[in-house]
Write a protein that binds this ligand. Structure first.
Ligand code: GLU
Length: 548
């Protein structure tokens, strides 16, 4: 068969030779050891925790080695494209401090390996497809969807591996006459790789994360160019990672199954392969079983979830690093105040198998991280969340900064001393402090009966004097307790609990719920003095007016 003639028929016209692309996309002038990594999302608009997991690894590897992290948009599948997706990816990653040195929509960068949208690279892919056809390594396939699904069914029924390979690759050995006849008839076609692999052969492969593994040689005649003239992911991956001079591909382990195809494509194209590291998946404990996080079942898979809930980006990053690098936790224990960039992230310490993602662990880390902020930094964190996601009411909390700082200082505890750990996320935090603003909403129920509650509040109001200092105020609360049959002294109460209705803490709890709506708060006297006399009296009055 005259392959050159066939290539000209399928992709007519002049295409640049490979040397042209080698010249315009030359090897990068970087110091030795510098890694070039990338993030290559599809523009579906859905960016998830798995992407962040891989992004952090790629970012760390590139920047720790003095290399480059770039953003490539894999938009070969037009159907999945969503408007604004690239902006969404960039914003989501920026929140977690992932910065790209070049790539799609990265302003201010040289972007010497552009374009970074695959659809804009169609010419490059086609020129290499044409060459593969011309040397007999690729061929047109006219099989219809129906024929392919019939083939799949037949293979499944016969318990054979499904796909387009060997004896099943009907168009692989079409005669020249048949090919030209179908082309003349205008039958749609795709271009497939003519695989030379044999699944009996095993290839020893070194994965930078998984270590030494064996993969089976590919024998699938995979599609490389679709009928619309756009390549498949596999082919675009080989071309782009070669010409963008990627040195290390860190990607999700779901791609491990495609590795044999990629190995064959790089060989067929005569390109040196980048190194690969296949990152373990994020798993979730679901009852007795461990399963992959799922888009349908787990809202925490979406990165949007973390921003909407107001997770502190550093906390998420700390947790991701804990899962990514086995020695991070120990380092962090000793270096909690250091910039995370100082951690010596290494691919060698990345987990080989599924990392268990646990939201409770993340929440613990978040509490610790937030407890270390200054009130001023907490103000910035909460207010920027409220600006984007809060209600109008919540936004207004931040109008009086001095007042909010007082609230935060109380709710966080004094810097240098043992801090409170009440804040987990911005959303929860803003809800938690809502009683300092507007009217308090009762979140917790009284544990005493209605009559007792009423008597406590009445007695309290009778003697309450806003100008009392903390100890005078508490002495009065004790008096209320004693008067109503509650132990004023904890020691006495413990020695003889039956003798009392309860103790002074129970009395204080009633006051707390009446004034703040909550059974647990920081120091109540201070709260009263932040709120002011009028509001406190009004809240006690309102609680008194509640139905018994
Ligand atoms: N477009 C692929 C994805 O979104 C990229 C995989 C890779 O990193 O090579 O999963």
């Amino acid at each position: 068969m005259d392959y050159a003639k066939l290539a000209e028929r399928l992709l007519p016209g002049d295409y640049f030779p490979p040397e042209h692309y080698e010249k315009i996309y030359p090897p990068r002038a970087l110091p030795s050891g510098a890694e070039v990594t990338r993030l290559a999302p599809s523009p579906t608009g859905f960016i998830h925790l798995g992407n962040l997991f891989v992004a952090i690894a790629n970012e760390r590897v590139a920047h720790r080695s003095g290399g480059i992290l770039y953003l490539r948009i894999e938009d070969t599948d037009e159907k999945r494209k969503v408007d604004g997706a690239v902006e969404a990816v960039k914003n989501a990653l920026r929140y977690f401090d992932i910065k790209f040195d070049e790539g799609a929509e990265i302003e201010g960068a040289k972007n010497a390996y552009a374009p970074y949208y695959q659809r804009q690279r169609a010419e490059i892919y086609r020129s290499f497809v044409k060459r593969l056809i011309a040397c007999g390594r690729a061929y047109p396939c006219f099989c219809t969807e129906e024929e392919l699904s019939a083939l799949r069914e037949k293979q499944t029924a016969e318990k054979k591996i499904t796909g387009y390979y060997g004896e099943f690759a009907a168009c692989r050995n079409l005669s020249e006459e048949d090919i030209y006849r179908m082309l003349d008839e205008g039958k749609p076609y795709v271009i497939r790789l003519r695989s030379l692999g044999n699944p009996e052969n095993k290839i020893a492969f070194h994965d930078e994360i998984k270590g030494d593994i064996t993969v089976t040689e590919n024998d699938q005649d995979v599609v490389i160019l679709k009928s619309d003239g756009i390549p498949t992911y596999h082919f675009a991956h080989a071309i782009d990672d070669h010409f963008m001079r990627t040195t290390l591909v860190i990607r999700g382990e779901e791609w491990l199954a495609s590795l044999p195809i990629h190995i064959e494509l790089f060989d067929a194209l005569g390109f040196k392969r980048p190194r690969y590291g296949h990152n373990c998946s994020l798993m979730k404990q679901d009852g007795e079983t461990r399963r992959k996080l799922s888009k349908r079942k787990d809202p925490e898979l979406s990165l949007e979830f973390y921003r909407r809930e107001g997770y502190f980006a550093r906390a998420v990053k700390v947790y991701m690093l804990t899962l990514l690098n086995s020695n991070f936790e120990e380092w962090y224990l000793k270096n909690s105040d250091a910039p995370l960039e100082e951690f010596k992230f290494t691919v060698g310490k990345m987990g080989k198998s599924g990392a268990l993602f646990d939201l409770d662990k993340l929440n613990d880390i978040s509490k610790n991280e937030l407890a270390r902020l200054s009130a001023e930094a907490m103000y910035d964190f909460l207010s920027s969340w409220a600006r984007e996601y809060g209600t109008e009411m919540q936004k207004s909390y931040f109008d009086d900064k001095a007042y909010m700082l007082k609230v935060l200082e109380l709710c966080m505890g004094t810097a240098g001393k043992k801090r409170r750990k009440d804040f987990t996320t911005a959303k929860q935090g803003v809800e938690l402090i809502s009683y300092f603003f507007g009217v308090s909403v009762r979140a917790d129920d009284y544990r005493v009966d209605g009559v007792t509650k009423k008597r406590i509040l009445e007695e309290y109001s009778r003697t309450f004097d806003y100008s009392d200092d903390a100890s005078a105020w508490f002495a009065k609360v004790k008096e209320v307790a004693a008067k109503l049959g509650f132990a004023a002294d904890m020691k006495e109460y413990k020695a003889n609990p039956e003798a009392y209705q309860g103790n002074v803490a129970d009395v204080a709890e009633v006051l707390r719920i009446a004034i703040t709506g909550r059974a647990n708060t920081p120091d109540l006297w201070t709260i009263i003095h932040i709120l002011g006399e009028e509001k406190c009296r009004a809240r006690v009055e309102r609680a008194l007016a509640e139905e018994v």
